[in-house]
Design a protein around this ligand. Sequence first.
Ligand code: HEC
Length: 248
Amino acid sequence: MKPIHYILYIWAAVCLASCDSGDIQDKVYQVDEKGYTVKMTACVSGLSEWEGTGFSLAVAGFTQDSKFALVQKAVPSTLDDGTSVSLVLSNISSEVRTVEVALTNSLRERIITLASVSMEDYSENTAHDTIRIDLGTIDVGRFGVLQTGLFDRACIQCHGGTGRSAAGLNLTKGNAYAALVDVPSTRLDGYMRVESGNAEGSLLHLVLNEGGENLLSHNHTEILSSQFKSNLEEVSSLIDSWIEHLVP
Ligand code: HEC
């Protein structure tokens, strides 16, 4: 068999800007390997919020049992808002069960997942084709990762758009922030749904964490723990960190 050449290709350019903007970074690596290739494209903003935190947005391959990525390629957090990113993770071994676009820490531990593909869905025949994940335009800052990784995944089935928002709380993209931040609870007197700068005093924190099981007619602690089995603590800390960073 002839060796197959895989090209690991990362580029970034300001979204929709012309090619002579001077912001183009272009890196091409050549890898001789077999295995799966996943290509992620997105137009990102909010990356700079992770600068210096050890967290980064990455395309990462996870095995079945570990919350630490076996392989990953991270997007540099120095990229400006509105940057088009195209990132290719190739040479993915058969041990990898899911390839995820995720926020990971410096140990490559999964903090929160924004998109995921199951490698089992790809048969041998397609093994050498490129699997594509397009995230479109996406905010990957503190609030953005919660919108995509938490609200869209675990909340909007009940807290959706007009007419079907439990407690009148709409957690869909474009609405969640305004529905939460410094808005009084409709259920518990004296609490804000989210109180800027005060995670522990925010209803959102209280209903999702241990001890909050009976605060509402629905057990929200259970909703969170059933959805985030390997990264419950990480998601909870992310919510708190977002609230603490809001300026009152
Ligand atoms: C199975 C349906 C369901 C899901 C899923 C759900 N909720 Fe709720 N939520 C409710 C209901 C029902 C209420 C009103 C509870 C009450 O009246 O006691 C509520 C109330 C709330 C409140 C209080 C609102 C207020 O004004 O006091 C918050 C905050 C909240 N939910 C956040 C979330 C978040 C965040 C998620 C996702 C992690 C989520 N919910 C997922 C059904 C759900």
